[in-house]
Design a protein around this ligand. Structure first.
Ligand code: DGP
Length: 111
């Protein structure tokens, strides 16, 4: 499978990794739209939210806990941040590996 986010998770492609644990990698988005813009991905390849299985339930809970931890360590937990999943073509999902956008560092407008 030729998945760029799997390759980033395996360190076969470069990225600025800011967090890693057994199940997830988080790295700077190559095209940031906020002062802080990270992508948090499961190391397991899942194409999108549409492709989740019941067995992924615990992993997805852990994904949100990782996001909370990263927001805290990056100093944006108190001011607030936005978590976004794009799902499918109408959302603009460009990379077919489930990823959670973590955005912060400024007041975010909804547009
Ligand atoms: P989405 O539209 O939700 O699929 O967002 C994918 C994001 O991934 C987009 O904001 C740009 C980012 N991106 C795409 N390719 C790369 C890459 O090779 N490296 C990094 N760091 N980010 C990437």
């Amino acid at each position: 499978m030729n998945c760029i986010f799997c390759q980033i998770a395996k360190k076969e492609l470069p990225a600025t990794i800011i967090y890693e644990d057994e199940s997830f990698v988080a790295f700077k988005d190559i095209n940031p739209i906020a002062p802080i813009h990270y992508l948090i991905i499961p190391k397991k390849h899942i194409t999108s939210i549409n492709h989740l299985e019941l067995q992924d339930k615990e992993l997805m809970g852990e994904l949100f806990l990782a996001a909370k931890k990263i927001a805290k360590t990056q100093g944006i937990a108190d001011n607030g941040y936005r978590l976004v999943f794009n799902v499918g073509k109408d959302s603009g999902q460009m990379v077919d590996h489930l990823h959670l956008h973590l955005l912060g560092g400024k007041k975010l407008l909804w547009s």
